[in-house]
Design a protein around this ligand. Structure first.
Ligand SMILES: [Zn+2]
Length: 385
């Protein structure tokens, strides 16, 4: 007799208040994506059922935010929102095109960060195997720096919280942008291994995250960067994930995996140049779940709003082990209107059929990256090849 596979317990971290804020209309960052994701899942009945819960967050406290950010930076954010933006604030990136000041900015950023804190609490309390905050993933923010639509770095705060109670953490970032804020926060520490797959800094903000960035001091070898060329396809992305990220995660043997899954690697994202379908995200998540560690997942970027919400909803179905049932169903069955004119076949994108010449070119570049990363990082972990 075989033992039945234990059903994963999943927690969706969200509250209606998160939907009451918005970045300025001319800003590509759309905070309604989390609410849209929730709406899709609710209409499909996928937020309820055995092992599933919805958990409401509280705003991150000032004390919590100051475990990473400087008091002067937090005060500058608060001051900017009330109309006092000086040169020092601008120097910190506040009020720039990428980090505009808007009504409710501090409340939103604190609540979004609090939602990632709540995800960490749920994981630490053993109440869920996977906790997902689609409103999280502000991986660019620095201690005294707003950057790339990010003000409060919820990922760093959560990793610090986990480390403070003795957990070994892997941060795996598959947002299309390099996870610079998190990388630099733990660059000289072995407590958090950061692994970022992203479009190369040669062609995309934040213009870093190269193979040679591998950590420093005690953190040497605990940072891995996998820059991908424009046009990267599902198979090339997955080959890099399998060749580099999964072996490193297994070698490091973390207590918790923190996953940032910005949906801006998807084809036709208006801010980036990769060519993935959401099938690749599903396959990536399956491989991460196969590592059998508690998983704290956050959203991140994704500038095609409908594709992003659909991708995150699909990711949730994979977390819950429900994907098989939904991938082939028509939208009408769940009563869901996704608002996309491109594909009406369900949450999954159509299978990709890449141009062979482009595929060959992408494969060559990705193989060269894999070779470099293995050379630079694997020896620190007793990994060969
Ligand atoms: Zn991004």
């Amino acid at each position: 007799m075989t033992t039945p596979v234990k059903k994963r317990r999943t927690a969706f971290i969200h509250c209606p208040e998160l939907e009451s804020f918005s970045y300025p209309p001319d800003c590509p960052f759309n905070s309604s994506r989390a609410g849209r994701t929730r709406k899709i899942l609710a209409s499909m009945g996928l937020l309820t059922g055995p092992g599933r819960s919805e958990v409401a967050p509280q705003p991150a406290t000032r004390e919590r935010i100051l475990t990473f950010h400087s008091p002067s930076y937090l005060d500058a954010l608060i001051a900017a929102e009330s109309g006092h933006l000086d040169v020092e604030g601008l120097r910190m990136g506040i009020g720039t095109e990428d980090c505009p000041v808007f009504k409710g900015l501090v409340a939103y950023a604190s609540l979004a960060a609090g939602a990632t804190m709540k995800a960490a609490e749920v994981i630490l309390a053993g109440e869920a195997d996977v906790a997902f905050n689609p409103s999280g993933g502000y991986h660019h923010a620095g201690p005294s720096k707003a950057s790339g639509f990010c003000y409060i770095n919820d990922v760093v705060l959560a990793c610090k919280k986990l480390v403070a109670v003795g957990k070994r953490v892997v941060f795996l970032d598959i947002d299309v942008h390099h996870g610079d804020g998190v990388q630099w926060a733990f660059y000289d520490s072995p407590d958090v291994m950061t692994i970022s797959l992203h479009e190369s800094g040669k062609t995309l903000f934040p213009w870093g995250g190269f193979e040679e960035e591998v950590g420093d001091g005690d953190g040497l070898g605990y940072c891995a960067n996998v820059p991908l060329p424009p046009g990267t396809t599902d198979s090339a992305f997955l080959r890099a994930l399998d060749a580099v990220a999964i072996p490193l995660i297994r070698a490091y043997n973390p207590d918790v995996i923190v996953l940032e899954m910005g949906m801006d690697m998807l084809a036709a994202d208006p801010l980036a140049h990769l060519n993935l379908t959401n099938n690749a995200y599903c396959d990536a998540i399956e491989r991460i779940l196969a590592c059998r560690r508690p998983l704290l997942a956050v959203g991140g970027g994704g500038y095609n709003v409908e594709n992003t919400a659909r991708g995150w909803a699909l990711a949730w179905t994979v977390f819950c082990g429900e994907d098989g049932g939904w991938s082939d169903m028509s939208l009408g069955l769940g009563g869901v209107m996704l608002g996309t004119s491109e594909w009406q076949g369900g949450l999954r994108d159509p299978e990709q059929v890449p141009d062979p010449a482009i595929q060959a070119e992408v494969d060559r570049a990705v193989d060269e990256t894999i070779r470099k990363v293995k050379l630079n990082v694997f020896p620190y972990h007793g990994l060969t090849d």
